[in-house]
Ligand binder design. Sequence first.
Ligand code: PGA
Length: 258
Amino acid sequence: MNIVLCDSAAQATRLSATLIYREVAARPLVVLGLATGGTMDPLYQELVSLHRACPIRWSDMRCFNLDEYVGLAVDHPMSYGYFMRHKVFDPLGVREVQAHLLRGDAPDPQEECRRYEDAIAAAGGIDLQLLGIGENGHIGFNEPGSSLDSRTRIVHLNPDTLTANRRFFPPGVCQPESAITLGIQTILDCRQIVMLAIGEKKASAVAAMAEGPLSAMCPASALQMHPATTVVLDTSAAQRLRLKDRYRRAGPADLHSA
Ligand code: PGA
């Protein structure tokens, strides 16, 4: 796990967006895994800005979303499909045929999980997966207690996750209590991973992920076994790391100059 400490949230966000942008610029046929959530919102704004300042070709890449609420169709305003379409795909000119979304309203959710795993395999696997981390250490919606060898499946969301995400649901809009998520093993199969974590609310989960034991109780700790994971942190998210000084000394200079 390559840990990159940044001086500010803005710098960490810009660096993460730059890593995605550079990958697409260098390899137009890349297969991306894309995440949603509050941390990703400014990252995608940065990505769109980078593209507008110096356009690159998005028409040949393909992408897969990380998770989706069960019951929400892709055009539901609270769905992750809707988030992606409006904040990422439309501004970058990514067409529907390129963007694989989990269908939260699929009539047979189990079949939808199998279909998604098959589609990832048919695309040749995911080259670069973007991840956030939950305050409870989840990645995607793989909650504490998830099997480290899990694949795309339906999960019941933990109360702390429901509370953390309630802010995205306006009063009167029902928040689903289950979701479809790429599994931990599906994530570990991705060739490269970039995680962005911002703010002190993430500090305990980040420390458990990077310096704690490999444990189902912190699903993100599974990334310790992944050969090419870069974790980008602002100062607040990094505050509970015991080896901060070491990461700072070892930090790759070229990443910081991105
Ligand atoms: P957040 O979610 O960016 O909204 O904090 C991250 C996550 O739960 O993975």
